[in-house]
Design a protein around this ligand. Sequence first.
Ligand SMILES: Cc1cc2nc3c(=O)[nH]c(=O)nc-3n(C[C@H](O)[C@H](O)[C@H](O)COP(=O)(O)O)c2cc1C
Length: 603
Amino acid sequence: MDKITPITLAATGCTLLVTSVCVYKLFFSPSSSPSPSSTPSEPEKEDTRPLLNIYFGSQTGTAEGLCRVIEREGKERGFNAQVIDLEDWDEDSHQEFIDKSKKAVCNVFLMATYGEGEPTDNAAQFIKLLKNEGSDFEFPHAVFGLGNTQYEFYNAMGKLVDKKMGGEKVVEYGEGDDDKNLEEDFEAWKDGKFWEGIGGMAGEQQQSDAKPENANKVIWGDSPSSATPNPSTKFYFDAKPAKITVNRELLIDTSNGANSTKHIEVTLPAGAKYNTADNAGILPHNPAAIVKSLINHLGLDGTATFTTTTAIFPTPTTVFTALTKYTDLLSPPRRSDLKLLAKYAPPGLSKDLLLRLSSKEGKSEYESKVLLPHLGLHSLLVSKCPDVKLTFEDLLNVSPRLQPRYYTISSSSTVHPRSFHMTVAVTKGTNSSTSEKYTGLCSGHLSVVKECDAFIRESSFKLPSDTKPIIMIGPGTGYAPMRALLQERVKRGAEGPNVLFFGCRKSNEDWLYKDEMKELIDSKGLELYTAFSREGPTKVYVQNVMEKEASRVKQLVKDGAWVYVCGATRMGADVVKTLKGIVGEKKVKEMQEKGELIQELWA
Ligand SMILES: Cc1cc2nc3c(=O)[nH]c(=O)nc-3n(C[C@H](O)[C@H](O)[C@H](O)COP(=O)(O)O)c2cc1C
C-alpha cells in the first residue's frame, strides 16, 4: 500500500499534526476500506495490486453506493480498489490526494449535482480547488456524472470535473439521468466503457460467490467508540432530538381526496442556530413493527449494545436503534445490492431469484417485482427470500443508510429565534402494484411524533436590501421559504414591495396559510396574485398569472427585484421560461449569475 510511514511524518516537522490527521483520514477513514487484516502494531504488507481510487461527490448516497459497486467488482478483477469521500479532499490534504491520485492506474469520480448546478456538500471544497488549482489535477481519470434532466443545469458537476481534469482520460465521460433510470445508465457505462477501458490493467476477473469481508466490524458491548465520524453520514452525528410544539393541519378541506399538509413548529435543539429559510434536515425512523419483524426474522437481540470499527453512526447504540434510525429497510434495493445479497443465499430459489433480478436479462422482472411494488430490504428478507441468512454485522454492511429528508424552513430566525417552522405535505397513496396503502416515511413520522431528530443546513435563500422589491413564486408547499422571507421583511420594516404568486387547486380546499396571507395583504401591503388550477373551466398555474401580470413583473425587475422560485422542477422550468419571455433571456442569465434569481426545486 502506498503509505506514508512514521519516518516521513517525523521529517515533515511542523506540518506533523495536520499531516497525521490527513494520513488517518486517507488510509483509515471508513470510506477508504483499509485492509481488514492489518493491526496498528503489525507493519502492513505492501499491496502490489494496481491502485484504483474511487471518489464520490454524493448528497443522498447514490453516488457513494455506485462507488461501492466499482470497489467490489474492482477487487474481483485484481485491483486495490478504494472508495474515498471527497469531503476529505480539502486545502490541507490537497497535495497528499494529488500524490495518491498520481499513483493510481485510474481515479474514478462519481459526481452528483445539487442545488442549481452546484456541488454536493461533501464535494464543495474539492470543486473549489479544482476550479482554482486546475493545473494540479494531472492524473489518469474517468468521470461519471449523476444528475436529473428535470434540472436546468443537468449534470453540471460531472461535466465540470471531466472538463477541468488534466492527465490521461482513461475512459470517456459518462452520465446518468435520475429522471429515467440512472442505475441502468451507470451499468451501461461501467460494463461497457469503464471495464473495457481499464480492465486490462489487472488480471482476469475472479467471479467469486464468497461473502465479502465486512469492512465495518461490530464490537458487542458498550465501550465508547474511538473512530472518527464518517464524513458521508455526518448528519447522524449533527442531528439532535428536538421537541415538536405545534402540529396542525393546513388544508381547509380534505374531503375531496386531498391528503394532508401540516404546519409543524419545532424547538431548536440546544446550541443550534438557523438563518431565515435555511433547510431543516430530519432523520426519519422506520416503523417499530418493521424493525421488530426483521429482528425476529433474523433472530437478533434488539436490546444488545454495540460499537462499530468505523463510525457510520453514533455508537454505542442498540440493534433496535440502529435498525430504526440508520438502516434503510423500506426503499427498493438497487440491482447491484441484490447481486451482493445473492452471495448470502444458499443454493436454491432465493439465490436464483436474486441473481435473475440483478442480471441484465432480469431488468423488467426487477422493475415489476421490486421497483413498482416498492419492495424494501425488509420485505425482501422476511417474505421473498427468507432463507438469506445475514448476521447483524452482515446486515449493517449490505444495507444502505437511511437518508435525512430536507424541508425548507418556513419561519424567520429573527421573529422565531428559538424555534423553526416546517410546512410538510404528508405523502399518502395506494401502491398501484400491490394495492397496499402507504404513507411517506418522513412526513408520516413527523405528522405523529412529539420529538424528532433534526439538524440545520444552509440554504440558498438570501434577502436583498430592504428597499428592493422581491417577487416570490411559491405554489403549494413551495410557499414555505416565502413565508419565512415575508416574516423577515415585515419584521425589518422593509419598504420594497413584497409580491407573491401563489397557486393551489382550489381556494376553499388547499390554500395554505390563507388567513395569514390575508392579514399580510390587509396590514403589511403584500401584493398577492393567485392561481387556482381547478376552479375555472381551464387550468391556471402561477406562470400563467405571471404572464398576465407581465408589465408589473417587468417594472419590478427594472426596479431591481430579486426573484425566488420554490416547488416542483417542472413548475420552476415553466416560471423561468415565462420570466425570460417577460424580461429577456439576457436579463435572466444576469440575475442568475448575480444570485438575484434563487430557485429551490425538487423533482
Ligand atoms: C434539491 C435537488 C437539486 C438537484 N439539482 C440538480 C441539478 O442542478 N442538476 C442535475 O443534473 N441534477 C440535480 N439533482 C439530481 C441529483 O443530482 C441526482 O438525483 C443524483 O442521482 C443524486 O445523487 P446522490 O444520491 O449521490 O446525491 C438535484 C436533486 C435534488 C434533490
